[in-house]
Every structure is written in C-alpha cells, then in structure tokens.
Design a protein around this ligand. Structure first.
Ligand code: DC
Length: 230
C-alpha cells in the first residue's frame, strides 16, 4: 500500500438508487473523511432553473445562473443539509419536479463543466468519499479507489420509495420505478458523460445484499488501497 496518509479520493459511482449515498455517508462518518454528494449539486442547479423559470435550451441564461450559483453542504446534527444561494433546499431537491428534470439538466455540457470544476475544487487537499456517476471516469480518473454499484431497477425503486417514506415524501412506487427506468436510459445513452463503469473500478451488484453487507465488502476493497484509520 503506497501513500498511506496522504489525501485521497474514494469514488463511488453507479446507477440511481443503488445505495451509493447511504454507503458513502456511512464510510465518511465512520472513518472521519469528507463526504460529497455530487447528485445533490445537479439537483440544486435544476431547482435553481425551476425557480428562475429557465428552460433546458436557454443556455445563455443557464450560463449566467451558473456564474452566480452558490451550493453549500453542511452536516448539522448528523443530517446533511443543502443550501442553494443560502436557502435550505434539503427537502425540495428530492421532490418530483426536480426528479423529473434533473437527468436532462445534468446532461447540459456547461452545467457538467461547472459542476466538475466545483467538485475538483472542493476535494482539494482532502480525504474524501465522493458519490456520483462520473467521479471515477471523469472528475477523478486517478482516484485512489473506484467503486461501481448496480442493482435491478425494481430493487432500486423499492429502496428509493422506502427512503422517501422515511423522509415524509410521498411518491407512488410505480412512479418511482418509471423515473428510475427513464433516468437509466438517459444517463447511459447520453453523449455527454454517459454513465459507465471505469475500467479499473470494482463493480458490485447490490440487489441481494443489505446495506451492511455492501459496506463490509466495499470497506474491505478500500482497505486494499488506503489506510482508513490513518
Ligand atoms: O444521485 P442522484 O439521483 O441524486 O443524481 C441526480 C441526477 O444527477 C441523476 O440523473 C444523475 C445526475 N448525476 C450526474 O450526472 N453526475 C453525477 N456525478 C451525479 C449525478
């Protein structure tokens, strides 16, 4: 194992609803490393566009919005809170209007460029676990550890349904499943940063594993590359 104590990036990528967020959060908390949810950043941009009534093809307006956007993530009493231009949007960024649009927003090249730039800046000088779609392929192609999670669409929709319920968000299962399938198609077929596994990523199908089991397998993999206790 080289560079045991240095800063590093653990990239956790994969399809929507594979448990990336819970896994990344747990690892960050347990091993006291910084956690970054890059999907939430795309969700913030989407919500900002909704607020400003900017449509997907109004690139000039999107560019202006990106120049001024301020996205902050704070951990308050164990809960990750997201602030968009100073306003707490933690709940709003998970709601239907954002869900329906976020995949398309995330495929606008200028949005990706700006988010990737921000992500690289935010990770500088840190030990960080970054969760997203293109972290291992594009944002940090030299990440020390790369994990790629998958699961069936049905299982992923079920998980998201239950997560939402816990947060008091009420969206029917069928609607979530359709959204998962739609987003998969969009995310994988896009000409802009399509979702795909990095060649050197460790792939894990999580369909039949509990979150605890996934965590155990992934932590073992991470330990092959970095010293989590340093
Ligand atoms: O993980 P999530 O569902 O919160 O992500 C929201 C959307 O953002 C999803 O459609 C994929 C996109 N995304 C992306 O394109 N690149 C990332 N690094 C993270 C998310």
């Amino acid at each position: 194992m080289e560079n045991m104590c240095k800063n590093y990036v653990i990239a956790i990528d994969g399809e929507a609803g594979t448990g990336k967020s819970s896994l990344a959060k747990n690892i960050a908390k347990k091993y006291k490393i910084v956690y970054m949810d890059t999907g939430a950043m795309y969700r913030c941009v989407t919500l900002n566009m909704i607020w400003e009534e900017i449509s997907l093809d109004e690139i000039y307006k999107i560019e202006r919005l990106l120049e001024n956007i301020k996205i902050d993530m704070e951990n308050e009493d164990g809960e990750d809170k997201f602030y968009l231009n100073g306003i707490d949007v933690t709940k709003q960024i998970r709601e239907k209007q954002v869900n329906d649009l976020v995949s398309q927003v995330s495929h606008i090249p200028v949005v990706r460029e700006r988010m990737v730039e921000l992500q690289r800046k935010l990770a500088k000088g840190k030990k960080i676990v970054m969760e997203g779609r293109d972290i291992g392929t594009n944002v940090f192609p030299n990440a020390k550890v790369k994990i790629y999670l998958t699961a069936t669409a049905q299982e992923r929709a079920k998980r998201r349904y239950e997560q939402n319920k816990e947060k008091g968000i009420n969206i029917p299962y069928e609607e979530i499943l359709n959204n998962v399938i739609f987003r998969d198609r969009n995310d994988k077929s896009s000409s802009v940063a399509p979702l795909k596994k990095a060649d050197d990523a460790f792939e894990l199908d999580t369909t039949n594993y509990t979150l605890e089991e996934v965590e155990k397998i992934v932590v073992e993999k991470i330990r092959e590359k970095v010293d989590l206790d340093a």
